[in-house]
Write a protein that binds this ligand. Structure first.
Ligand code: ASP
Length: 447
């Protein structure tokens, strides 16, 4: 699907719209959200986050609620922190001129937190209360996420059970607000996703509603081709595939919770990242596949904080089980590897520096015992940069361009890894070259 197809979405389409915390931080933003929703009758299912920050030093309501949980045993302290939560909601209710009275709800939440309802329960009330207000403002039904989003006993999200229950519930409510971030365990206790998890709820609801599109409204106009803290004014990404996004998010590009991709991807539903503060911007469209191939690369992302374990041994390539024995050492220490570039007699394992830190010497000793290498070392301060683009699959000379950019900036490439899918090249550079490398690559491919 491309932009033109999306633009011709029929008016009876079902849109699932999720609004992030900054889009619901105060009454003024609630109004903007209301205008966005009422502008299109297809925006029938709404997923709110909890109120976020109104200004830089402000607290997110979710953080205040975690604090409530921490001070739960001190009645006075709990009252004090919870009063700040109440204040946030009351400002919104009054600012919108609603006649909604949440006194009972506030009391019940405080009581439950005091009576050990749990950390997840406390945090989830941010979305729960915001959902009640938003449903009241819109005149939509309210569906408690605890009734329709289900986790298994082991704490894993139960996608199939949820889809069944949720799809049924949505058939009974043509217009509904479903709070993000939480669901419930088989025993009824509330469980949340990880932070930023309302994105996941939106995606789950989109799948169950068989939505035409999942709109994710936030405070930026979509994804940018590079990190704006490193590259001046990077170009926005108009269309990106799920696979490309996955690579970029894994490497640190954040806008959307990583796990939110799966339910909609499974169902082939596109996600549109939009800006509540600039609804006229088309934002970024995330699609299953596209023939839109305007540029070779779609985006650049990078991460620092990696170490490389270098192992050398003559005739390593013919020693059966060599790799397995090395990796078994890491597995035993609970260290997962990120990349595994290897030569005939060399093997390099890229791991996160913080993961390897507590067991560094032990890992070296164990690898020595397992495979008796001629040389082994661990080097730190490695940064990884991913250059991602579906356009690379057919283009020739992409790697050459990448090398040229780095060589031109006098940057030594320590590692290169290109997956067989050919839409992603990852290079390792020294941490000191991290930003310069991204600037050089961006300039080579984009400007
Ligand atoms: N309110 C939760 C958080 O701050 C979830 C979300 O906003 O998506 O992490």
């Amino acid at each position: 699907m491309n932009r033109e197809n999306i633009a011709s979405v029929p008016e009876d389409a079902v849109k699932v719209v999720k609004f992030g915390g900054s889009s619901l931080a105060d009454a003024e933003h609630f109004r903007m959200v209301q205008n966005i929703i009422t502008a299109e009758p297809s925006r029938r299912y709404v997923i709110p986050s909890a109120p976020g920050k109104r200004f830089k030093e402000d607290d997110k309501v979710t953080d205040l609620l975690y604090k409530c949980y921490e001070v739960a045993s001190d009645r006075e302290e709990l009252k004090k922190v919870f009063a700040r939560v109440i204040e946030r909601y009351e400002l919104i209710i009054k600012g919108l001129g609603l006649t909604l009275d949440l006194t009972e709800e506030y009391e019940q939440v405080q009581r439950a937190i005091r009576h050990h309802a749990g950390r997840d329960y406390a945090a989830s009330r941010g979305e729960y209360l915001n959902g009640i207000i938003l449903a009241n403002l819109l005149g939509y039904d309210f569906i408690d996420a605890a009734e329709v989003i289900r986790f298994s006993d082991n704490g894993a999200f139960d996608g199939e059970l949820t889809n069944e229950i949720l799809a049924k519930a949505l058939k009974e409510h043509t217009h509904a607000v479903i709070p993000g971030f939480y669901g419930s365990m088989p025993n009824g206790t509330v469980k949340t996703f990880s932070r930023g998890g309302s994105d996941i709820t939106g995606s789950i609801v989109a799948r169950a509603a068989e939505a035409t599109i999942y709109e994710n409204w936030t405070d930026v106009s979509g994804f940018l081709m590079a990190d704006p803290r490193i590259i001046d004014d990077p170009r926005p990404i108009e269309v990106i595939t799920y696979k490309e996004l996955r690579e970029l998010s894994y490497m640190g590009a954040t806008v959307l919770h990583q796990d939110s991709i799966f339910p909609v991807r499974f169902a082939g539903i596109p996600i549109n990242i939009r800006n509540t503060n600039a609804p006229e911007c088309a934002g970024t469209m995330i699609v299953p596949t596209t023939d839109d191939l305007k540029s070779i690369i779609t985006g650049i992302a990078g991460k620092t904080g990696f170490s490389v374990i270098n192992i050398e041994k003559d005739m390593m390539n013919s020693e059966l089980g060599f790799g397995r024995r090395v990796l078994a050492v890491l597995e035993k220490e609970n260290v997962s590897f990120e990349h595994l570039p290897s030569g005939i007699d060399t093997m390099s394992i890229i791991v996160s520096t913080s993961d390897i830190a507590p067991c560094r010497q032990h890992v070296i000793d164990e690898i020595c015992r397992a495979v008796e290498p001629e040389f082994i070392s661990i080097e730190d301060d490695l940064a990884l940069i991913a250059v991602v683009g579906r356009g690379m699959v057919k283009a020739k000379g992409t790697a050459a361009k990448l090398f040229k950019a780095c060589a031109g900036a006098d940057i030594n490439i320590r590692m290169i890894d290109q997956g067989s899918s050919e839409f992603n090249i990852i290079i390792g550079v020294e941490a000191k070259d991290f930003e310069r490398a991204q600037k050089a690559i961006y300039a080579e491919f984009v400007k």
